[in-house]
Design a binder for this molecule. Structure first.
Ligand SMILES: Cc1ncc(COP(=O)(O)O)c(C=O)c1O
Ligand SMILES: [Zn+2]
Length: 410
């Protein structure tokens, strides 16, 4: 892995070689998230626009020269990433935004964005010879880890809050992971998973804590830029829970910029639920100090008391001169309906949160309708059927006669 120089602590800047630390900078307990540092001279020789044009591997592995994996590490036998970037005529017409794109990451193997991070973590665990891999998860990261691990027969242990939507728990079970439903919230599951991984020597994929999750997530930024012919968009709207997706996207954009493959870094627009807004609060107060909240929102995937990648999330927004927005649960349900009806993209609440943020930004006149804007939809609607029915309403019931149908249509 001669293209990776090591790690750099996001808080104190201390640099480490790859074998000096495993997860975080030891000077800040579990919160010292580290960035992976690349040798851009080497990467630049291996990853070029021309080479990508001739590369028919339409998955995250097409960017392996910019991923922290060994050059000969076999990819997982699943199609991860290279999700569609739609320009929906009807939605764009309705919003009078000709250059709006929807990236549907619900189209990944386990139906969420999290396959990007979990696949890189599984490949790393295999490279490191670690037999059991574990994570805490609101549901999607765990389902992704369980699925990615199942693809190579690796044992996985998943800690999720007992309130996780049933469909996500069903996925965990179907992929054969050991599922531990924690009688508590995501934050408690996170801490328990850390303790268990230390006790039993399991490889820990916990979001943000594991330096490679952001690296997997950054592939969405690489795809967006490539799908737009290397014209970076003006803005990207991203829902924020732990803050690791937005920090991963930021990292991807910074890497591309450092390589000279894009000529600007888009403004990143973080969107949180009003009831789970620790990062947005910090950004509004112009501080990187993240104060925990008592999270409550219908968008279970972004219901987080203490974001585990909060500092880098706030930085992603401030450094790109974007903004944080907060949206209500009703805004999120509206967004789910509109996305499904105007663009035929069926999103779970946390995915539609990004779109709800776009609507709010339009209302507040924070954006120009001609800008090139990408909204990242991070999870499929079937992940949380109860919320979908809440958004869409109940179906009509009818006797099996034509007369009954006529009555209904009157
Ligand atoms: C569907 C979905 N959207 C958004 C997020 C937020 O990602 P992050 O916690 O990295 O901010 C998650 C995380 O679980 C998710 O599953
Ligand atoms: Zn540090």
């Amino acid at each position: 892995m001669d293209h990776v120089l090591g790690f750099r602590c996001s808080l104190c800047g201390q640099e480490y070689s790859l074998d000096e630390i495993e997860y975080v900078c030891p000077q800040h307990g579990d919160m010292g998230n580290v960035d992976v540092v690349y040798d851009f001279k080497k990467v630049g020789k291996r990853l070029t626009k021309r080479k990508l044009t001739g590369n028919h591997d339409y998955s995250i592995w097409r960017y392996r020269a910019l991923l922290p994996i060994e050059p000969d590490s076999p990819p997982l036998p699943l199609q991860i990433g290279w999700t569609p970037l739609y320009r929906s005529g009807r939605l764009n017409g309705m919003l009078k935004m000709p250059n709006l794109y929807i990236k549907d990451d619900g189209r990944n193997p386990t139906a969420s964005f999290k396959d990007r991070a979990s696949s890189v973590a599984v490949v790393k665990a295999r490279e490191l010879g670690r037999r059991v891999i574990t994570t805490a998860s609101t549901g999607n990261a765990g389902a992704a880890l369980a699925g990615m691990a199942a693809s190579i027969g690796q044992p996985a242990v998943i800690f999720a809050p007992e309130t996780a939507p049933e469909a996500k728990v069903a996925q965990l079970l179907m992929f054969g992971a050991q599922v531990l439903l924690v009688k508590g919230n995501y934050d408690q599951a996170f801490d328990l998973c850390l303790q268990a991984s230390r006790e039993f020597g399991w490889y820990c994929r916990n979001t943000g804590y594991n330096p490679f999750t952001a690296e997997g997530k950054k592939t969405a930024a690489l795809e967006i830029c490539e799908q737009l012919n290397w014209q970076a968009p003006d803005r990207i709207f991203i829902s924020v829970g732990d803050g690791n997706i937005i920090s991963g996207i930021h990292k991807g954009l910074k890497d591309l910029y450092a390589l000279g493959m894009i000529d600007k870094v888009p403004k990143l627009m973080g969107v949180q639920a009003v009831g789970s807004a620790a990062c947005a609060n910090a950004w509004r107060r112009h501080t990187e100090k993240i104060t925990p909240v008592a999270a409550q929102t219908i968008a279970d995937s972004i219901s987080v008391d203490l974001p585990r990648d909060g500092v880098r999330a706030v930085r992603a927004v401030t450094q790109t001169e974007g903004a944080f927005l907060t949206v209500s649960d009703d805004d999120i349900l509206d967004a789910m309906r509109v996305l499904a009806r105007e663009a035929a993209v069926f999103s779970e609440p946390a995915g539609a949160t990004a779109y709800a943020g776009l609507v709010k930004a339009l209302r507040r006149k924070l954006i120009d309708r001609n800008e090139t804007i990408v909204v990242l939809i991070t999870g499929n609607g079937l992940k949380d059927v109860k919320s979908a029915i809440k958004a869409a309403g109940q179906a009509l019931r009818v006797e099996p006669t034509l007369e009954a149908v006529k009555q209904l249509r009157r």
